[in-house]
Design a protein around this ligand. Structure first.
Ligand SMILES: Nc1nc2c(ncn2[C@@H]2O[C@H](COP(=O)(O)OP(=O)(O)O)[C@@H](O)[C@H]2O)c(=O)[nH]1
Ligand SMILES: [Mg+2]
Length: 482
C-alpha cells in the first residue's frame, strides 16, 4: 500500500534538501523558490523505500508566513518527517509545526537531525535530548531520531530505513469505498487540459469514471490518472494522485476544492467538533474570537459557538459548533486545525463529530441534548455512526443516511436499511427510515409492528463517559450567560 509522508519543521532546517537526497527530486518547483532558496508553496516527490514500498512526499514551507500552505499540504499525510537543524536547535516553527502534527493526530513519524556535519558529537547529543523532550506527550513521542547531512548523503539511508519502520507500525490507509481528493494544486497540461493533484484517501478513483467537484457540485469526468509520474487505471488510498479532468477550465477549480464520487460527499457550513486549545495559546477559544479553520487542503474563516462550556481554555477541550464562512467538505472524526486570524498563530484544533448538525442550538436544554448526542458519537466511533444518526433524528431519508453516517451507500449495515418483510425499506424503495427518538418508552399498539429493526428492542442511551462537572453546560452560566 502506498503512503504519503509530509515534511515539517522550521524554515532553512533542511527539509527540501533532505527530500532531494531521499528521492532525487527537487521539491522546490517555482522559479521564485529557486531564486530565493526558500520553499513558498508545497513541493512533491516520491521514491521507493528499501522495503520496496512506494511513498510520496509532500514538502512544506517552514516560514511562518506560509503556514497556511503547510496546512494545505499536511492535511492528508499519514506520516511525518520532522526536521530539526542540529546546528540551530529548536525554533518557533519547530514548535508550531509539531503542534499542528499533534492536532492532526499524525500517528507516525521520524525526526531528522539535519546539518549534523556542522556540529560535534556533544552538540548533536544535546539537540537530540532537547528534541526528545519536546516530543513528549505528542503524537510523535518516541519517534526515531536520525542524524543526517544531505550534501554528503550521510544518514540518508538510515533515514529511509527509519521511515520504512515507522510506516510498518502504521495501520493500512482505510478503503471505505468513499474516495476523496482534497485539491492542493491545479495546473494546465498541454494537450490534456486541467489537472488537479492531491492526497487520495477513503477509497479508489478510476480513470474514465464520473466524479464531482465540491463545494460547487460540478460533474466532471476523470480523463486520466497519474501517480508518481506513471499513468494509473485506478488509484487506491493513500497516495499522491494527479487527475486530468475533462470538460473543466483551470479557473473552475482551486486549492481547497474536493474531488469525490458523485453524491457521496457534500459541503457543509456548520459542523460540531471537539476542539482543544493549545496549552501555550494566548487565551481561550471563545465565541467572540476570529478564527481560520483548516481541513484537508481548505481554509475558511469561522466563528465558534461553545456548546458544553463558555469557552475553551488553554490546555483544555470542549464541544464547539463551527460556523464556517465558506462551506467545507468534512468527514466525521476528521481532524481540523484552528488559527487565530488576528494573531496569525495556531491556537488549537480538534476532531469533527458532526458535519451536518440538525437545527440551531439555543438555550440550556438544547445545549445539553447536543452535548449528549456528540458524546454518544465519540463513544460509538465510526462503526456506530449509522445507529447514532438514527437515534438523533426522528426521520432520516434513506438516501441521506450514507452521507449523514459517513459510509458508502453499499456499505450501510443491512439491518438498518432492511425493514420488516413488505416494508418499503426492504423492497428497496428509497423512502424514509423512521425511528422514534425514545423507542423504549413508546407504548406498543397491539397488532402493529413498530418500524424498527426486527428482533432488536429499543436501546437505552449509551452511558456517557464521566466528564468533570465543570465542562457541562451550567443551568445558569456565571455573569448571567450570553
Ligand atoms: N551543511 C549542511 N547544509 C545543509 C544541510 N541540509 C540543508 N542544508 C542547507 O541549508 C539550507 C536550507 O535548506 P533547505 O532544504 O532549503 O531548508 P528548508 O527550508 O527546511 O527546506 C540550504 O542552503 C541547504 O543547502 C545539511 O545537512 N548540511
Ligand atoms: Mg524547503
Amino acid at each position: 500500500m502506498p503512503h504519503v509522508i509530509g515534511t515539517a519543521g522550521h524554515v532553512d532546517h533542511g527539509k527540501s534538501a533532505l527530500i532531494q537526497a531521499l528521492t532525487g527530486i527537487d521539491p522546490d518547483r517555482l522559479a521564485e523558490e529557486k531564486a530565493r532558496g526558500l520553499t513558498i508553496d508545497l513541493g512533491f516527490a516520491w521514491t521507493t523505500l528499501p522495503s520496496g514500498r512506494e511513498v510520496g512526499f509532500v514538502d512544506v514551507p517552514g516560514h511562518e508566513r506560509f503556514v497556511h500552505n503547510m496546512l494545505a499540504g499536511v492535511g492528508g499525510v499519514g506520516c511525518a518527517l520532522f526536521v530539526v537543524d542540529a546546528s540551530e536547535g529548536w525554533r518557533p516553527q519547530s514548535a508550531e509545526h509539531l503542534a499542528i502534527l499533534d492536532l492532526l493526530g499524525i500517528g507516525g513519524g521520524v525526526v531528522a537531525l539535519t546539518k549534523a556535519d556542522l556540529v560535534d558529537e556533544a552538540a548533536l547529543a544535546r539537540v537530540a535530548g532537547e528534541v526528545g523532550e519536546r516530543l513528549r506527550g505528542t503524537t510523535l513521542a518516541g519517534a526515531e531520531l536520525v542524524a543526517t547531512a544531505a550534501p554528503s548523503g550521510m544518514g540518508v539511508a538510515a533515514l529511509a530505513a527509519a521511515l520504512d519502520a515507522a510506516l510498518d507500525r502504521l495501520p493500512e490507509p482505510p478503503d471505505r469505498g468513499r474516495p476523496r481528493l482534497p485539491v492542493d494544486r491545479v495546473f494546465t497540461m498541454r494537450g490534456s487540459g486541467t489537472v488537479v493533484t492531491g492526497t487520495l484517501s477513503g477509497g479508489s478513483l478510476r480513470a474514465g469514471g464520473e466524479a464531482e467537484l465540491l463545494p460547487a457540485g460540478r460533474r466532471v469526468r476523470v480523463r486520466g490518472l497519474q501517480g508518481h509520474g506513471r499513468p494509473l487505471g485506478e488509484a487506491a488510498p493513500a497516495r499522491r494522485v494527479a487527475v486530468n479532468l475533462a470538460g473543466l477550465a483551470t479557473g473552475q477549480v482551486a486549492r481547497g476544492d474536493v474531488l469525490a464520487l458523485p453524491g457521496q460527499w457534500a459541503a457543509t457550513g456548520v459542523a460540531d467538533a471537539r476542539l482543544r486549545c493549545l496549552p501555550g495559546a494566548p487565551g481561550p477559544l471563545r465565541a467572540r474570537g476570529a478564527y481560520l479553520v483548516y481541513a484537508g487542503a481548505a481554509e475558511t474563516a469561522a466563528r465558534l459557538q461553545p456548546l458544553d462550556a463558555d469557552e475553551v481554555r488553554p490546555g483544555g477541550d470542549a464541544l464547539v459548533r463551527l460556523h464556517l464562512e465558506r462551506p467545507l467538505v468534512l468527514d466525521v472524526f476528521e481532524p481540523v486545525v484552528l488559527r487565530d486570524s488576528g494573531r496569525d498563530e495556531t491556537v488549537g484544533g480538534g476532531v469533527v463529530l458532526d458535519p451536518f448538525p440538525p437545527g440551531v442550538v439555543r438555550g440550556t436544554a438544547a445545549r445539553v441534548r447536543r452535548t449528549e448526542e456528540l458524546e454518544a458519537r465519540e463513544a460509538a466511533g465510526r462503526a456506530g455512526l449509522p445507529e447514532r444518526v438514527l437515534a438523533e433524528r426522528a426521520v432520516v431519508p434513506l438516501a441521506d443516511l450514507p452521507r449523514l453516517a459517513a459510509v458508502a451507500p453499499d456499505r450501510l449495515p443491512a439491518a438498518l436499511t432492511a425493514g420488516p418483510p413488505g416494508s418499503p425499506e426492504r423492497d428497496g424503495t428509497p423512502t424514509a427510515v423512521v425511528r422514534s427518538r425514545t423507542p423504549a418508552s413508546r407504548p406498543r399498539r397491539p397488532g402493529r409492528r413498530p418500524r424498527r429493526r426486527p428482533g432488536r428492542p429499543g436501546r437505552p442511551r449509551r452511558p456517557r463517559p464521566g466528564r468533570p462537572p465543570a465542562t457541562r453546560p451550567r443551568a445558569r452560566p456565571p455573569g448571567g450567560g450570553r
